[in-house]
Design a protein around this ligand. Structure first.
Ligand SMILES: Cc1cc2nc3c(=O)[nH]c(=O)nc-3n(C[C@H](O)[C@H](O)[C@H](O)COP(=O)(O)OP(=O)(O)OC[C@H]3O[C@@H](n4cnc5c(N)ncnc54)[C@H](O)[C@@H]3O)c2cc1C
Ligand code: FES
Ligand code: FES
Length: 504
């Protein structure tokens, strides 16, 4: 059985645990490092958060991830830091993040505290100017049941003040944080050790290729399989470098943006290429799970998991994306090299879902990349996403929808309208698309725009036959489809005065 070779805090280790073992169990079971806590084992509480350092595109980055959903194989050639590792840099005493918690009484039973410390340390390591909004966002996946969030907020505010002047260069930033004892010296060692290499150049796992389980980030997989059997060795898509890239390509006169299936949801929303291709998409990042989950979950996993309410899938459907599918065995042999550019099959995303959790994906195949068609330089794309859920954050949708179109010669073209939560699969809503495609668009005529919005909303509402379940009744979902269509128009044509026309 191949062994996972990883740096745990200050030493490199060959793990005894198999590649498919959740890192939480490696830490607490194999390694006896018990600072990392088990709360929910479902990615909801953040008590199990760890820092994972990896090198990609020549830059070493550290990010917080939930270890209960993280496959050990994912750590190959990477750096895992738990709380035991953080204090190594502060001579065994509290780090500045821990001190802020102590000084503000932000810890009571302490069960959640390691997770909060890891998440805030990860936030400080991001090469951005620290601010309160960023700090709160960093802990949006951490729950505390006893102290109360006011004290934690005060601790975060202290850190914002104390670390206002950190360097923005990623390497200098890590160095400054080691000097300040926020991060341990093992971070600098790891940067040296990984010089000249790009971590993750091997595909870990894959044991018996035929019938092997595929894992992306594991944020759906490990919720369903919290304690996989001993020796479990999945094919981990995040370890295929080619599956983690985002790049533009051109084919037969059409330009595409290829998103590797293993690109994390965080990297998807942060990508300048994605933001250029889909203006405004970054505003919807926080509608998806939490920072901890977004750092681990992959775009491909969101699609293949085939939830009828998958959010990224809904966005990609409206963008009329295609899927590049390859043979898993070939990906293993090639280490992924160039494979997503030469796939076995290309499938339009709307044809990929055949029925509830039934996919156009053969045994032995794996999703390599998602291709978003780019609009011509002289056109601009309009995009909006809406989601209703019981909680604003960290909840899956009752209904979600995205819309995408371009305006050419004052007319709506290349329209895509997706709907999730109203059928066993996420769908493109053809009647809504037909109601909009080719229609004139005069942004100074709010009345006409409002009439068009109503027509699209009615077409979508008439087309759906949702079921009732605990998240919402049939009638509620139908109404939501109607109202969310109007919401797309209000968001995209706000300055026209359309809101006053629709809701006088
Ligand atoms: C706390 C929490 C909150 C969440 N919130 C949201 C939310 O707001 N919105 C939302 O849409 N989802 C949410 N999810 C669900 C989940 O995070 C997403 O669906 C995520 O994108 C799944 O990606 P993954 O890489 O973790 O998938 P995995 O769990 O690794 O895989 C999911 C499935 O896809 C298969 N698979 C993965 N990648 C490939 C590939 N490249 N080729 C073939 N098969 C593959 C796996 O075998 C598995 O069956 C949440 C999950 C949790 C735990
Ligand atoms: S134990 Fe709750 S997120 Fe991992
Ligand atoms: S201090 Fe007890 S759960 Fe947060």
């Amino acid at each position: 059985m191949p062994s996972v070779h990883t740096k745990v805090n200050s030493s490199w280790r060959a793990l005894r645990s198999s590649e498919g073992t959740p890192v939480l169990d490696v830490l607490r079971g194999e390694l006896g490092l018990n600072s990392t806590k088990e709360g929910c084992r479902e990615g909801d509480c953040g008590a199990c958060a760890v820092l994972v350092g990896e090198k990609a595109d020549g830059i070493v980055r550290y990010r917080a991830m939930p270890s209960c959903l993280l496959a050990a194989g994912e750590l190959h050639d990477k750096h895992l830091i738990s709380l035991e590792g953080l204090v190594e840099g502060a001579d065994g005493g509290p780090t500045p993040v821990m001190r802020a918690f102590l000084e503000e009484n932000a810890s009571q039973c302490g069960f959640c505290t390691p997770g909060f410390i890891i998440s805030l340390t990860s936030w400080l390591a991001e090469p951005r100017v620290p601010d309160m909004a960023g700090a709160l966002r960093a802990v949006d996946g951490n729950l505390c049941r006893c102290t109360g969030y006011a004290a934690i907020r005060r601790a975060a505010a202290r850190l914002v003040k104390e670390f206002a002047r950190l360097p923005l260069d990623p390497k200098e930033r890590l160095r400054a944080l080691v000097d300040a004892k926020v991060l341990p010296p093992s971070v600098l060692e790891f940067i040296e050790e990984s010089a000249g290499t790009d971590a993750g150049t091997t595909v870990v796992g894959g044991g018996t290729v035929a019938g092997t389980t595929v894992v992306g980030g594991g944020t759906d997989f490990y919720v369903r399989n919290p304690e996989p059997e001993e020796g479990f060795a999945p094919f981990i898509t995040r370890m295929v470098p080619e599956f983690s890239r985002i790049r533009e390509r051109s084919e037969s006169g059409q330009a595409w943006l290829d998103i590797g299936a293993a690109v994390s949801v965080s990297d998807f929303f942060a990508s300048p290429e994605v933001r250029r291709a889909v203006p405004g998409i970054e505003h919807y990042e926080t509608t998806f799970a939490s920072t901890l989950i977004r750092n681990l979950a992959t775009v491909g996993g969101n699609i293949v998991n085939a939830s009828p309410v998958a959010d990224i899938t809904s966005m990609l459907l409206a963008l009329r994306s295609h899927l590049a599918i390859v043979e898993r065995e070939r990906a293993l042999r090639a280490g992924g090299s160039g494979i997503e550019r030469n796939p076995e099959r290309i499938v339009p995303l709307e044809h990929f879902f055949l029925g509830y959790k039934k996919l156009d994906l053969l045994p032995g195949e794996v999703l390599a990349a998602i291709r978003i068609p780019l609009v011509r330089a002289e056109m601009s794309r309009f995009f909006s996403f809406e989601k209703t859920s019981k909680r604003k954050n960290l909840d899956i949708a009752t209904v979600n929808t995205a819309i995408s179109f371009s305006l050419v010669d004052g007319r709506f073209t290349e329209v895509g309208v997706s709907l999730g939560g109203i059928a066993p699969i996420p769908i493109l809503c053809q009647p809504a698309i037909e109601a909009l495609e080719g229609q004139p668009c005069d942004t100074s005529d709010a009345r006409r725009l409002a009439a068009l919005a109503r027509a699209v909303a009615q077409a979508a509402r008439d087309a759906v036959h949702p079921i009732s379940d605990v998240r919402g009744s049939e009638e509620y979902r139908r109404r939501m489809v109607h109202q969310l269509m109007l919401a797309h128009f209000v968001r995209l044509f706000e300055s026209s005065g359309i809101a006053e026309e629709l809701f006088p």
